[in-house]
Design a protein around this ligand. Structure first.
Ligand SMILES: Cc1ncc(C[n+]2csc(CCOP(=O)(O)OP(=O)(O)O)c2C)c(N)n1
Ligand SMILES: [Mg+2]
Length: 693
């Protein structure tokens, strides 16, 4: 398989930063204890990186106060004694990490130059996401540091996926994901801990318990003890205090070694301190000043420094601090000279340029098989699993059971658990996990049992995976299978057609086939795309009819609309199951009214290819759009607007939209039939529209 380079080249930097050379004392970035003994050199190394991080944070904070930095500037003060040693002890060549907004030591150790991080907070053209994201929302996906999004906890499942991907590639990697006491209450953290334990993924979950989530103290966040949660997820739990760096180093080393060795996840609750307010703008007025002072007195950095001075390292520390301060200051001075961002080309970064070509194995003279829509998807998944070793199917009940609609039937017995994976019920962590796998070079296909349940993963789908390329230049190639739509008396929570909801947020592609052959083609096309793709499978189509299906070398044509009927009276646009009922209605119209129409099956909802449809509208002068998705802010409104705003004067009549009604999907068969369009209601709406002319 030929794949895309997984990182965008900076396009907006017009001058190369002339940062000072990294001082030699920062070359050493690995800490391993000899025979489990903590030496003074180990402590001095940890202290050096902690101090370096503090100096960087201090300068960033000053610039924020001077109005030179925007957004939410959060610093790592009080957290360095946790993050610096862990980052020093990890294997930078293979391990996976996600830092929080208090992870400056980790960022510095993983990248070895503070320039990137200063530019990140300046939001200038040399920042890693080139101003597309700011503050602590950067990382280095190429080197398995998964960038943060604001939504707390969401990166934990990305680390699970990255770590699993590394293990599949043969590395004895582990993952470490940091989150706060506040973040520990999110569903994602609970889902991720459970998932890691069930799937045996060696990830250390580290809680930075700094006693506050913004202004909220612990007793308003959770009851019980955080470390005790480990037991509930069947993993080891360790509780530590950041003040005890000397003892902690040994415990960290053992935890990392054990996780690497056993392949089991672990939880560390680290008591840390937040020495300042939540962010630059927070004046801490909700904290008793005496408590504030107590925190400052307990500062892990200050106290480690004092202990090292007592051991006689004063001169060495003074020298190193002077080197580090001057390095940071000079870096900041240079970073401030760099150009700010320009909007040119910004829109082009929303989607990855897709140039992965799967080398599909020849099917020889294999005859077309006459199969249902569901079987066509099954055959496409089979081909993907056979031809592309990076592929992994995941979802609930998809393995031995074959999924509720049997779309994955027989695939588990053929490819085994490593390729066809049952997950617990954790839609959000499942997508986050798949994203981590995808960013690291795998290509997951995720089955939602019903499209409606994807709503539980909306942040992961839209804001995390969907913005990956825009934010970081890294690709997240994955397919979400959405068994969607009504007509089967499944009620509100199993019958929705949700394209309009997801189409609103850019970064994801959409395919919605209507025939068995199109379903087969669309699955291959979705799979090889370097972006996340939502693949809509109308459940009513699954077993409705059979048609011959075979490998079609022109499968990429699926990104273009297909003309299903030809005529002159009107241009009718639809997709999915509605193609069938619209076709029936148009057939009747032609027979009984002698009015023939062009019928377009859109197939790809994003990116939209409307050129041929627009030519059709120029010819007919009339436009009808039929969707099962609801009317209000529905996709029909968008299609009509796009066409009408450029072809208003081609139209002889107001455009017509035929949609489901703006109500929850009702359960009873008679009610559901009234809720959504069918042949009769499409025909009735069109006849009314024709009569009104
Ligand atoms: C899901 C979510 N809800 C709300 C917020 C807004 N928010 C940002 S930071 C924060 C507090 C975080 O506390 P904690 O996880 O303890 O981290 P700390 O800032 O204390 O290091 C909140 C509520 C958010 N980022 N994400
Ligand atoms: Mg906190």
């Amino acid at each position: 398989m030929r794949t895309n380079a997984n990182q965008r080249m900076p396009s907006t930097i017009s001058i190369t930063p002339s940062y000072p050379k990294t001082p030699s004392i920062l070359i050493e970035r690995d800490l391993r204890l000899d025979n489990g003994q903590v030496t003074d050199d180990d402590l001095l190394l940890a202290y050096r990186w902690m101090a370096y991080s503090r100096f960087t944070d201090n300068r960033i904070f000053e610039l924020y106060r001077q109005g030179k930095m925007k957004g939410t500037v959060t610093v790592s003060d009080g957290n360095e004694g946790l993050v610096a040693p862990i980052a020093l002890m990890l294997d930078k060549e293979i391990d996976c990490v996600s830092w929080t907004h208090r992870g400056m030591p980790g960022h510095l150790i993983w990248s070895d130059h503070p320039g990137d991080h200063v530019c990140q907070f300046l939001g200038n053209s040399a920042s890693p996401p080139q101003g597309r994201e700011g503050n602590a929302h950067h990382g280095d996906p190429k080197n398995r540091s998964f960038p943060m999004i604001s939504h707390l906890g969401k990166m934990s499942s990305n680390v699970l996926g990255g770590t699993e991907s590394q293990r599949r590639k043969g590395h004895q990697a582990i993952g470490v994901t940091f989150f706060g006491d506040g973040g520990s209450s999110t569903g994602e953290i609970h889902e991720s801990m459970n998932l890691a334990s069930v799937l045996n993924i060696p990830v250390i979950f580290i809680i930075e318990n700094n006693k506050y989530a913004y202004s909220t103290p612990l007793h308003e966040q959770y009851a019980g003890k955080l470390v005790d949660r480990a037991k509930g997820y069947g993993m080891k739990g360790i509780e530590l205090d950041v003040a005890n760096i000397e003892e902690n180093l040994k415990i960290f080393q053992d935890a990392i070694d054990e996780t690497r060795e056993t392949g089991r996840p672990m939880l560390i609750e680290m008591h840390t301190l937040r020495l300042l307010g939540h962010a630059g703008y927070d004046t801490l007025d909700y904290i008793d000043p005496e408590l504030s002072q107590k925190w400052l007195d307990e500062d892990c950095l200050k106290n480690l420094r004092e202990r090292l001075l007592e051991k006689g390292y004063g001169e060495r520390i003074d020298n190193e601090e002077a080197i580090l301060k001057s390095f940071v200051t000079e870096t900041v001075n240079q970073a401030l000279k760099l150009p700010m961002c320009q909007p040119e080309g910004l829109i082009d970064d929303v989607y990855a340029i897709s140039n992965t070509n799967v080398e599909w194995k020849s099917e020889g003279d294999k005859e077309a098989e006459t199969v249902t829509f569901a079987q066509a998807i099954n055959r496409a998944l089979d081909k993907i699993l056979a031809d592309s070793p990076e592929s992994i199917l995941m979802g609930q009940d998809i393995a031995g059971y074959g999924g509720p609609f049997k779309v994955t039937k027989n695939l588990f017995s053929k490819y085994g658990r490593t390729r066809v994976l049952n997950t617990p019920i954790c839609e959000s962590a499942m997508v986050g996990y798949a994203t981590g796998l995808a960013v690291n070079g795998h290509r997951p296909i995720i089955e939602f049992q019903f499209a409606d349940f994807a709503m539980d993963a909306t942040t992961q789908i839209t804001l995390n995976a969907g913005t990956y390329n825009f934010r970081s230049g890294a690709n997240a190639p994955m397919v979400y299978r959405f068994p969607c739509g009504g007509g089967l008396t499944f009620g509100s929570f199993h019958s929705q057609d949700l394209e309009a909801l997801y189409l609103h947020i850019p970064g994801t592609k959409f395919l919605y086939p209507s025939t068995p052959q199109d379903a087969y083609d669309a699955m291959l096309a979705a799979y090889e795309d370097d972006n996340p793709v939502i693949f809509f499978e109308h459940k009513n189509l699954y077993n409705l009819l059979k048609a011959p299906v075979s490998f079609n070398p022109n499968y990429r044509q699926i990104w273009q609309p297909a003309l299903r009927r030809q005529g002159n009276y009107a241009t009718v646009v639809t997709y999915g199951e509605m193609t069938l009922w619209t076709n029936d209605a148009l057939q009747y119209l032609e027979k009984e009214y002698d009015l023939s129409c062009d019928l377009w099956d859109l197939r790809a909802l994003n990116p939209l290819k409307l050129e041929r449809i627009q030519e059709s509208v120029s010819k007919t002068g009339r436009l009808v759009v039929v969707t099962e998705s609801r009317r209000n802010v529905g996709f029909a409104a968008e299609l009509i607007t796009r066409i009408a705003e450029s072809q208003f004067f081609d139209l002889k009549a107001p455009p017509l939209r035929i949609t489901s009604q703006d109500m929850p999907v009702p359960f009873a068969q008679e009610l559901e039939a009234d809720y959504r369009p069918d042949t009769n209601s499409i025909l009735a709406a069109m006849i009314n529209w024709i009569d009104a002319e």
